[in-house]
Design a protein around this ligand. Structure first.
Ligand SMILES: *Cc1c(COP(=O)(O)O)cnc(C)c1O
Length: 370
């Protein structure tokens, strides 16, 4: 049975489940009458933006009566310089989420197929479906994207392939050699989207240089964001890098003022402030090792992480542990909607937040404090 409004809606969207964001801290504190709750549920950076970024934002306030620079000139210039590409190869988005949508709306025709890993970022299938495309879901293997199975899933109808690297929610990567092998099997008519939202936390000799595929003229779009390592999730700014012709097509349907002026100013300052991102990456690495030790002490299995979050197997109902952690003032993500009944995704926090999580886990799982 459809409601009256549903019978008016675009058929494509009726099958889409609404995106459920992590529970906000204020809501939890209100519901449980507690304070000092912490949120480790949305893979945000636990550190606020640097002073330099704050100053850039304050300076940009004086021109808020004006529309933003619709071309994002200075930010695109800085991004192009950083990556050694032309400015015409860079498109800005209201978060990289908007760019996922722009790529799909630009290239996917109704009835075309998109190859989507699973479990992975829920936004990919949602947007493919909204565009009238067909989602071809390919299961992970050992918590990692199965690029071999994804290549085998290509049909004459395949138009877009999503590679989240590192993957969310498993925090695993696919390596340079695996990607090279995969790219040798992808035909020219497929657009490969490398979503590298967490790249700063994953870098190492085994991590692929996907921008090289763009530079070689392959049909590749690389997505990056200021939401994670740069601490700017609240401002919504990300970017895509691809061939200039692909970017020009995406620009035809991009809203002219999609990235606001504070976001442009802040992102520009963040690019010039690599110290902040580096500090965050170091903190996250230390946090990972702290949590691994805690998980081992509790006898819990986890998937080694290349991002700022970790997938933990609590060995019992994750929904139940999630609820009990809420009562302790700790918000994490149960993986129940992905069919992982005993898994939680936990964002790595500040050392203090990690200690609070560890203590709450011990309490909830009935272990004595160390
Ligand atoms: C967090 C995240 C993003 C970033 O989205 P923004 O819109 O840039 O905030 C992109 N892809 C994945 C897989 C993510 O987890």
């Amino acid at each position: 049975m459809h409601t009256q409004w549903e019978s008016l809606a675009n058929d494509h969207i009726l099958g889409i489940a609404p995106y459920e964001p992590g529970k906000p801290i204020e809501e939890l504190e209100r519901e449980f009458g507690i304070h000092d709750a912490i949120k480790l549920a949305s893979n945000e950076n636990p550190l606020p933006p640097s002073d330099r970024v704050r100053e850039a934002i304050m300076a940009a306030i004086t021109t808020l009566n004006r529309y933003p620079d619709g071309s994002g000139f200075y930010l695109r210039q800085a991004i192009a310089k950083k990556h050694g590409v032309g400015q015409e190869q860079v498109v800005l988005g209201n978060g990289s989420n908007e760019l996922i949508e722009l790529v799909v709306r630009t290239f996917l025709r109704p009835g075309d197929e998109a190859v989507v890993p699973h479990p992975s970022f829920v936004v990919y299938p949602m947007i493919v479906q909204a565009a009238g495309g067909i989602r071809v879901m390919v299961m992970l293997k050992d918590y990692r994207l199965d690029l071999d199975a994804m290549a085998r899933a290509i049909t004459p109808l395949t138009k877009i392939m999503f590679v989240a690297n590192p993957n969310n929610p498993t925090a695993t990567i696919v390596t340079a050699s695996e990607v090279e092998q995969f790219m040798s099997r992808v035909p020219e008519r497929c657009v490969v989207v490398f979503d590298e939202a967490y790249i700063e936390f994953a870098l190492g000799p085994d991590f692929p240089e996907t921008l090289n595929y763009v530079k070689q003229g392959r049909r590749v779009v690389v997505l990056r964001t200021f939401s994670k390592a740069a601490s700017l999730a609240g401002l919504r700014v990300g970017y895509g890098i691809a061939d200039g012709d692909a970017i020009a097509l995406m620009n035809r349907i991009r809203q002219p003022f999609n990235v606001n002026s504070l976001a442009q100013a802040a992102a520009l300052a963040a690019l010039e402030d690599e110290g902040h991102a580096l500090e965050c990456v170091r903190m996250i690495e230390a946090g990972r090792h702290f949590l691994y030790e805690e998980f081992k002490t509790l006898g819990l299995k986890y998937v080694p992480s290349r991002a700022n979050f970790v997938l933990l197997d609590v060995g019992r109902s994750a929904a139940d542990v999630y609820q009990k952690l809420l009562q302790q003032g700790v918000i994490v993500r149960p993986m129940t909607p992905f069919g992982m009944e005993t898994a939680l995704r936990i964002s790595i926090g500040t050392p203090e937040e990690n200690r609070k999580l560890a203590k709450a886990l011990r309490t909830v799982l009935g272990k004595k404090p160390a």
